[in-house]
Design a protein around this ligand. Structure first.
Ligand SMILES: O=C(NCC(=O)N1CCC[C@H]1C(=O)O)OCc1ccccc1
Length: 708
């Protein structure tokens, strides 16, 4: 590539001392998204990156191929509400999925909500649907430009008509209906000053919980819970299956909750603060409400069970001494979620070596009854209810775009029935590919890390372009999924895909998560670098053909790895990444990530964070080995999960460092998308544009032998 000239941002030296350590920063002014020089920095970088990507016909060819691949009919997992079946559908290229309903399993579908009508460019998305138990009313969330902020609307389902009010300034709280259908509990943040559209960077603090009575205006909502002494506490709540209790969770990190409850029979008319009974008062474990029989409540928890188990707590005697284990922890498999269905059954989803297992237990005894037959893959969606005998589950895998099964306990067929099978329009044939699951040793401590490897069948193993994808944090498990973009990499580049289940994720329960966070965060980077070394050593690829990709916490992974081992990779893609590990907790929801990263305000974590913080470990290549791989950093102007400031500052620092080196030939670039956010709700047109940018960048910078 021609020697690129990167925009030169003003350098302003800020010297700060933390716990005796002096830390300099030069681009802090880029933290203000509204400053003229920040906008200028964004425009000037886009003005380098876009032409680099779009020159010639590569971008157009790849865009066309991706669009063709993308154009297949998609279905979401249906849910039964009242007597109707609701599910999302997309003809293939619609910007937003459309919600349809059917009166019966094989009647024709009718449009219920079409979010494409809400904006011309598809940037207004349906964020969530919450039906009343009887399916007569709906609370639904709308998000704009990819922001986490949600506007809550209400609809009469039968008339398919909205109520007049809109609830503003809500996020991170699923509305939950009282069973008298009079209204919902929901969470709301107090907006101090200025905007709350997702482009702001200020911290989201002082969430409060309100009760909204349908048809009323928001200012009449009832404040039912607030904790002014704990500005970083965030809440979630569920009205119990019986309708008599509000189960209430308190979080301040991304895991471990407090558990409270309120008896709603004491306040049939919600008219003020709820009176909570405190069941769990220490942040040390996760609890998920499953169901309750009278006062006996069932939770999925990792308390005393790193692979999770089901416990029973009697709310009439909630002391921990009285808790009972209802379904024992599995010695190896991770209990990932549990639903109560058909009055007296529990549907349990386990991960077994990263692959899904779906089994039914009795709610009376807890005993195993049967499991559904599944190929190697992932249950990506599930729906069922205690009051319904019908469940749906949505199965996907690397080579299976989607199969939706229906099972009715009142019929209890020997096999589940296929409700919808997703087919790819183009000549995609899964027999052309092979999937392996390998276990490789991590250089950190020899731990065996599982890795899925997908490539064309029938080819001898020789170095090929390889895309190595990782995340590594927050108890998030990277199970098999279907992606046309990644299959396009295999097809267009004759490539190999590699998904290492590096630590920090939840693939092997709490131990796997704990081994990849706080002081063990470097394990995540070592696991990922070891995956690269394994792939090269076993001849799947070679440095000039190896790209790494990650988003958000996975963007941090990519940023840390190109600093630590620039010699391993030919290219690097970092999407909406976290790069400033000394200031992440100051912006939007960043303080919640202290549970995985540790707090920069605590010395014991500060030194650990400084050691790997991408922004603070940029180097000037002094030889070929230190040359950064071709690097594309992508972010968006309405990302209020991970503010774009991380990416702007990281790229400004990278440019400053490589500008001084004659060894840096590979491009290092920034792409900032507009009217876009962290990823949720992104319209198909923007998803295809971003995928085209990434594949074009890789085609331009990796040693790809195939002609497009
Ligand atoms: O921040 C997260 N989740 C973690 C997250 O989104 N992270 C964690 C690091 C960067 C980014 C990512 O990887 O997507 O969710 C928001 C939330 C709501 C309520 C209570 C706590 C947290």
């Amino acid at each position: 590539a021609p020697m690129l000239t990167y925009p030169v941002a003003r350098r302003e030296e800020i010297k700060e001392t933390f716990f005796g350590k002096e830390v300099n920063e030069y681009y802090r002014f880029l933290e203000d998204p509204d400053a003229e020089e920040t906008k200028k920095f964004v425009d000037e970088n886009n003005a380098v990156t876009k032409p680099f990507l779009e020159e010639g016909d590569t971008w157009k060819i790849i865009n066309q191929r991706l669009t063709n691949l993308w154009e297949y009919e998609k279905f979401g997992c249906p849910g039964k509400h009242g007597s109707r079946y609701f599910y999302s559908h997309n003809t293939g290229l619609q910007n937003q999925n459309v919600i349809y309903y059917q009166e019966s399993l094989n009647s024709e579908r009718k449009v219920f909500i079409d979010p494409n009508k809400l904006s011309s460019d598809g940037t207004i998305a349906l964020q969530s649907l919450h039906f009343t138990k009887d399916g007569s009313l709906l609370a639904y969330g709308i998000s704009e430009s990819g922001s986490d902020w949600v506007k809550i609307k209400f609809r009469d389902v039968e008339k398919n008509q909205d109520f007049p009010e809109t609830l503003e300034n809500s996020k991170f709280f699923r509305p939950t209906w009282t069973h008298n259908n009079k209204g919902v509990f929901y969470g709301r943040f107090m907006i101090k000053d200025g905007k709350a559209d997702g482009s702001e960077t200020c911290a989201s603090e002082n969430q409060k919980v309100y009760y909204h009575r349908i048809g009323e205006s928001q200012e009449n909502d009832i404040l039912v819970a607030e904790f002014p002494d704990e500005p970083n506490w965030r809440f979630s709540a569920e009205v119990s299956d019986c309708g008599n209790y509000l189960v209430f969770f308190v979080m301040f990190g991304c895991n471990d909750q407090l558990l409270y409850f309120a008896d709603l029979r004491k306040t049939p008319e919600i008219n003020g603060k709820l009176e909570f009974t405190k069941v769990v008062t220490k942040f040390e474990s996760d609890y998920d409400y499953i169901t309750n029989e009278e006062s006996v409540f069932y939770f999925r928890t990792n308390k005393g069970a790193p692979n999770y188990r089901v416990i029973a707590i009697d709310f009439n005697a909630p002391d921990e001494a009285n808790w009972k284990t209802f379904i024992e922890e599995h010695p190896k498999n991770v209990l990932d979620w549990v639903y109560c269905v058909n009055k007296n059954k529990l549907a349990l989803h386990y991960m077994e070596d990263v692959k899904s297992v779906l089994q039914i237990h009795s709610l009376e005894s807890g005993r195993f009854e049967f499991k559904f037959p599944l190929e190697h893959g992932t249950i990506q969606g599930f729906s069922g209810d205690k009051d319904s005998s019908e469940i749906f589950y949505h199965f996907v895998s690397f080579l299976i775009p989607g199969v939706i099964y229906h099972y009715d306990f009142s019929v209890s067929p020997t096999e589940p029935v296929i409700f919808k099978e997703v087919k790819i329009a183009t000549n995609f044939n899964r027999d052309n590919y092979t999937i392996e699951q390998k276990f490789y040793p991590s250089s950190a401590d020899g731990e065996k890390i599982p890795m899925f490897i997908i490539r064309k069948k029938g080819k001898e193993i020789k170095p090929q372009p390889c895309l190595l994808y990782g995340y590594g944090g927050f108890n998030i498990s990277i199970q098999p999924s279907f992606s046309v973009t990644l299959l396009a990499f295999v097809d267009l580049f004759d490539g190999v895909l590699a998904y290492p289940n590096i630590r920090g994720g939840g693939e092997y329960g709490e131990k796997w998560h704990n081994d990849g966070r706080l002081h063990k965060k470097q394990n995540v980077f070592d696991d990922f670098q070891s995956a690269a070394e394994y792939l090269v050593k076993n001849n799947y690829t070679q440095k000039s053909q190896l790209a790494i990709q990650g988003g958000s916490n996975g963007g941090l992974l990519v940023g840390a790895c190109i600093n630590q081992r620039p010699d391993l990779f030919g290219a690097a893609i970092a999407q909406v990444g976290v790069f400033d590990m000394l200031r992440f907790h100051k912006f939007t929801i960043g303080s919640a990530w202290i549970s995985d990263f540790g707090s920069p305000d605590e010395e014991v974590h500060f030194h650990n964070l400084l050691k790997y913080s991408p922004l603070h470990n940029v180097h000037t290549p002094k030889n070929e080995k230190e040359e950064y791989p071709a690097t594309l950093v992508l972010t968006a102007d309405h990302d209020d999960r991970v503010s774009p400031l991380h990416s702007l500052k990281f790229v400004a620092s990278l440019h400053e460092s490589i500008r001084q080196s004659t060894y840096q030939k590979n491009p290092v670039m920034l792409r900032v998308y507009t009217k876009s956010g962290h990823g949720f709700g992104k319209p198909v047109s923007k998803r295809i544009e971003e995928a085209t940018d990434i594949l074009t960048f890789l085609y331009r910078t990796l040693d790809v032998k195939t002609e497009l």
